[in-house]
Design a protein around this ligand. Structure first.
Ligand code: NAD
Length: 413
């Protein structure tokens, strides 16, 4: 399988072609603005030293400061971060946020580190990034393997270096440090709003609509809980250790309690344990991939029974799988639309921080819904008018907005 960066460039080239833009624009968009690769030495609790590789890629700042998460995962490498940074530029454009795109990561398994080791790793990595991050430059946020606590350490390290508190350097912070209400579940809530729009537009209605979710981390767990609370029936869930299914329904809140205690949903007593990767073939109406990239492939796409796929994860579907799913008439809500709720509430957090005036959860949710509904409508209408896939429609809109900014600003000098 081609790596994510190679896949992303192919898609970008196709979109640039579809929009009738010249090859120079493809070249412009395919070269990230700034790439940093840093060594992250950490003194482990044993007293021994270990060294990890860290990255931060700023893909674009044409529409505003760069914005994007930080991932801690053993598979992190430069190409993955470049691809995810490009996706962030597109995602911010789709949601019409005044940001460019960036992504960062450290190649590490955070589950194998103690809390103190994780803190030392985070602070050293942040220290290396101090010259290029900042509320007006590049604003990190959580992604796979990182959370509000990691954001608090980043904010503290940056602030101590500057000599004053700079909460706006990150989003996804704890509320006690200037975080936003609703940020933690924002990606999932935005994804659910897209699903509700899709069900309405497709006239998809039946007495019991069923859902399967891959991944039970930040995005997957909240997506499952919100869908359950709205009356959908969650029939299968998975995490990196295993999968569970029950056609009569699973209560994700109860699963969450087990995960808090044992670290996994595997062997949850009120559902059957099934092989992890058979989650995709479970009988359901809606599938939410919310783990990692390249999960839905040419091998498993033929077995998918869902009618709607809402991509909570970034790039979960390969090009080959996309074609198979299109031939089966599966309605795909693409990642840059479906999971843009997270960066949207990050934007609210940045705005609230700039004003030092904080919104109620209700206001966050209502404003998020307005933005998600508008973005969905825009993508759906291009999908219908131009007879292109939802993914191509989303990419066309996003690339179009970035190109407009590039042209208006011109090239200096
Ligand atoms: P997370 O680390 O909180 O959770 C990841 C989950 O995926 C874990 O439950 C893990 O066990 C599971 N997982 C890993 N490999 C798996 C596999 N092969 N099969 C089944 N489960 C597996 O990460 P997250 O923040 O929830 O992010 C998930 C995805 O959503 C990523 O693609 C991320 O880039 C994307 N995303 C996250 C946010 C955010 O705000 N956190 C925003 C937009 C997009």
């Amino acid at each position: 399988m081609e790596n994510l960066w190679a896949q992303s460039l192919k898609r970008l080239e196709r979109i640039v072609d579809m929009l009738g833009l010249d090859g120079g624009m493809f070249k412009y968009l395919s070269v990230p603005r700034k790439i940093q690769e840093v060594a992250v030495p950490v003194e482990m609790d044993s007293g021994k030293m270990d060294v990890f590789s860290g990255y931060r890629v700023i893909h674009s700042i044409n529409r505003g400061p760069a914005k994007g998460g930080i991932r801690y995962h053993p598979q992190v490498d430069l190409d993955e971060i470049k691809a995810l940074a490009l996706l962030m530029s597109l995602k911010c454009a789709i949601a019409n946020l005044p940001f460019g795109g960036a992504k960062g990561g450290v190649s590490v398994d955070p589950a194998k580190l103690s809390a103190r080791e994780l803190e030392r790793l985070t602070r050293r990595y942040t220290f290396e990034l101090i010259p290029t991050i900042g509320p007006e430059k590049d604003i990190p946020a959580p992604d796979v393997g990182t959370n509000a606590q990691v954001m608090a350490w980043i904010m503290d390290t940056y602030s101590i270096d500057k000599g004053y508190a700079v909460p706006g350097v990150v989003t996804g912070k704890p509320i006690a440090l200037g975080g936003s209400q609703g940020r933690e579940e924002a990606t999932s809530r935005g994804c659910v709003y897209c699903i509700l729009s899709a069900l309405k537009i497709l006239n998809y209605d039946k007495p019991c609509i069923t859902v399967a979710v891959q991944g039970f981390g930040n995005v997957g767990s909240y997506a499952a809980m919100i869908m359950h609370d709205l009356g959908f029936r969650v029939v299968a869930l998975s995490d990196v250790y295993g999968a569970i299914a029950n056609p009569k329904g699973i209560d994700p809140h109860k699963v969450g309690q087990q995960v808090k205690k044992t670290g996994t949903l595997d062997r949850y007593p009120e559902a059957e344990s099934i092989p992890r990767d058979s989650l995709f073939s479970v009988d359901c109406d809606i599938l939410i991939p919310a783990a990692l990239e390249n999960q839905i492939t040419g091998d498993n796409a033929p077995d998918i029974k869902a009618k709607i796929i809402a991509e909570g994860a970034n790039a979960p579907t390969t090009q080959e799988a996309d074609e198979i799913l299109a031939s089966k008439d599966v309605f795909i809500i693409p990642d840059i639309l479906a999971n843009s709720g997270g960066v949207t509430v990050s934007y609210f957090e940045w705005v609230q921080g700039n004003y030092a005036y904080f919104w109620s959860k209700r206001k966050v949710d209502i404003t998020l819904r307005e933005i998600m509904d508008k973005a969905f409508e825009e993508v759906y209408s291009i999908h219908k008018d131009k007879k292109v896939s939802m993914r191509d429609a989303a990419h066309q809109i996003a690339v179009g907005k970035i190109v407009e900014a590039v042209k208006l600003r011109g090239i200096y000098p």
